[in-house]
Design a protein around this ligand. Structure first.
Ligand SMILES: NC(=O)c1ccc[n+]([C@@H]2O[C@H](COP(=O)([O-])OP(=O)(O)OC[C@H]3O[C@@H](n4cnc5c(N)ncnc54)[C@H](O)[C@@H]3O)[C@@H](O)[C@H]2O)c1
Length: 278
C-alpha cells in the first residue's frame, strides 16, 4: 500500500490568503516563507499574476477565483482547500474601502464574506490551524448600538444589509457607517466563533490595522481631511508599513500565539488610544 501522500509536494502546510491586493500580497509573501499559499481573489487575473510572482520568488502558490459575496464561489474555494489537504492558516484580507463601495457592498464583502469563508473552511481546520480576519482600527473608534450589535451577531444572514440600513435610516446608512459596522462585526465574529474553532483545536482572531501605507490606504488618505487630522495625532507620527501587519499575522498564526483566540490585535501605532484619550 502506498504511504499517505504529503499535504503538498514539498510538505508545506497551506495558508489560504483571501485578497491579492496590497496588504494581501504583503501577507501572502510572508506566508509563502513557510506555507504553500492558496491565493484567492474576485479578480482572477490579479490572483494568477500575484500567485505567479510568489512562485517566481521561490514559493509555492496557486491562484483561485473567489467572490466572497457568492456562497457557491466560497464552496468552490473550500473544495480546492480540501483537495489540497486543509489549511494551517486562513487570512481574510479582502475588503472594500469606504471610497470603493456602497453601504450594502461594503457590508457584504467586509463582513458577510469573511463570515461565510470562515464557516466554510472551519470543517477543514485541524489542531494548530488559525484564522486571522483583517479588520480595522475603525472598529475601535465606533461603538455600534445594541440593536446594531444584535444584527451584526448573525453576519451570514441574507438580510444583514437590509436590516442594518433600516435601523440606521437613509441618512445613517452611509459607506463610512458600513465600513465601521463591518469591521466591528469582524471583532464580534472572532469572539463568537472561538469556541467552535476551539473544538477543532483551532483558533480564530481578528487583527485591526491602523493607517497603513498601502495603495488602498493612500487613496483613502488623500481623499479624507479627517485622515490628515488623525495622522497629525498619531503617537508615532507615521503610517504603518505593510510588513508590520505581516509581522503581526505571522505571530498570530504561530505556536507563540497558541493561547490567543477570540480576540483582536490592534496594530495602529497607538493612534486609537490617542484619539480616544482625553
Ligand atoms: N490600508 C489601510 O490603511 C488599511 C487599514 C485598516 C484596514 N485595512 C484593511 O485591509 C484590507 C485590504 O487592504 P488592501 O490594501 O489589500 O486592499 P486592496 O484594495 O489592495 O485589496 C483588496 C482586494 O480585495 C479583493 N476583493 C474585493 N471584493 C472582493 C470579493 N467580493 N471577493 C474576493 N475578493 C475581493 C480585490 O479584488 C482586491 O484585490 C481591507 O480589509 C481593509 O479594510 C486597510
Amino acid at each position: 500500500m502506498n504511504p499517505t501522500p504529503p499535504i503538498t509536494r514539498s510538505g508545506l502546510p497551506n495558508a489560504v490568503v483571501v485578497g491579492a491586493g496590497g496588504l494581501g500580497m504583503a501577507i501572502a509573501r510572508r506566508m509563502a516563507q513557510q506555507h504553500r499559499v492558496i491565493l484567492a481573489d474576485i479578480d482572477e487575473t490579479l490572483a494568477l499574476r500575484q500567485a505567479a510572482a510568489l512562485v517566481d520568488e521561490g514559493g509555492e502558490a496557486l491562484a483561485v477565483h473567489c467572490d466572497v459575496t457568492d456562497a457557491a464561489s466560497i464552496a468552490r474555494l473550500a473544495g480546492i482547500v480540501d483537495e489540497n489537504g486543509g489549511f494551517h492558516a486562513l487570512v481574510h484580507v479582502a475588503g472594500l474601502s469606504i471610497a470603493a463601495g456602497d453601504f450594502g457592498a461594503i457590508l457584504k464583502v467586509n463582513l458577510r464574506g469573511p463570515a461565510l469563508v470562515a464557516a466554510s473552511l472551519l470543517p477543514l481546520a485541524s489542531p494548530g490551524s488559525c484564522a486571522v480576519l483583517i479588520s480595522s482600527m475603525a472598529a475601535h473608534l465606533s461603538q455600534p448600538d445594541a440593536l446594531a450589535r444584535q444584527i451584526l451577531s448573525e453576519p451570514t444572514r441574507p438580510d444583514l444589509t437590509d436590516l442594518l440600513a433600516e435601523h440606521l435610516g437613509p441618512d445613517g446608512a452611509t459607506p463610512a457607517a458600513a465600513y465601521a459596522l463591518s469591521k466591528s462585526g469582524l471583532l464580534m465574529l472572532a469572539r463568537h466563533k472561538a469556541a467552535e474553532w476551539g473544538q477543532r483545536g483551532a483558533r480564530i482572531v481578528s487583527l485591526s490595522p491602523g493607517m497603513i501605507a498601502t495603495p488602498m490606504g493612500r487613496g483613502a488618505y488623500a481623499e479624507s481631511p479627517n485622515k490628515a487630522r488623525m495622522f497629525a495625532r498619531s503617537p508615532l507620527q507615521r503610517e504603518g508599513a505593510m510588513h508590520e501587519i505581516a509581522d503581526a499575522v505571522e505571530f498570530l498564526i504561530s505556536p507563540r500565539a497558541a493561547f490567543i483566540s477570540g480576540t483582536d490585535l490592534l496594530v495602529d501605532g497607538g493612534l486609537s488610544a490617542a484619539l480616544t484619550s482625553p
